[in-house]
Design a protein around this ligand. Sequence first.
Ligand code: IPE
Ligand code: IPE
Ligand code: MG
Length: 247
Amino acid sequence: MSYKDKIIKEKLPKHIAIIMDGNGRWARKHGQDRIFGHHQGVDAVRDIAEASAELGIKYLTLYAFSTENWNRPKFEVDALMNLFVETITKELDTLNKNNISLNAIGDLDSLPEENYLRLKETIDATASNDRMTLTLAMSYSSHWEIINAVRKILSAKNDQQLKAEDITEDLFSKYLTTAYMPDPELLIRTSGEMRISNFLLWQIAYAELYFTPKLWPEFTPEDLYHAIVNYQSRERRFGLTSEQIKS
Ligand code: IPE
Ligand code: IPE
Ligand code: MG
């Protein structure tokens, strides 16, 4: 029996975020170079995006490249940038067929121009798709995002005469790159690492965390269903007592 049959439709998370980790180790395990692992990872992205949309997930956010990843060897960074350009263009039909709109968060100005233009093209070409929003975090880190938000608030403060007491959690969230989405209820990380690596630090304040030893290219829709079933079995208390939740 598939875990898919155990998913409670009424309790689906609206937003799932995934740290797609382990491409390099997967490649090494198969006697290949790291770049081969990244190529293989694209197939997993397609499968997981299609499975999520089909389930009824409204937002899927994938960590594709962190601001720290710029410090990898140049040939790997270049290969990843080329792979992104290639994939974003090639997958346009898959996105439209599945009625998925693409979006991107991160320091997009730091991407190579070709990359930025292709990304923008695909974002525009899928903008009216409304089954699910697939967000790629590219050149993203939470520290970058939070500093960026503070800078924008300070500029707005001068323009709009914002006062210190106007700065609320709600207002701050509006200045984050994720302002168009609810916070993720479920965060998945593959590859066995149990850390967040600078991803959505503000937004995951109350997310359920799910770690799996599976490497990203091995992560299948069945693994996603398992993560969701596991998420649905948890009691989300938000600081309350179990008794309060049940009454
Ligand atoms: C995740 O896989 C993809 C990116 C960070 C771009 P890695 O490339 O980090 O693979 P490992 O962690 O070295 O196995
Ligand atoms: C996190 O993976 C970033 C992405 C998945 C894009 P890393 O492989 O860069 O994370 P660390 O270095 O192991 O923390
Ligand atoms: Mg890694």
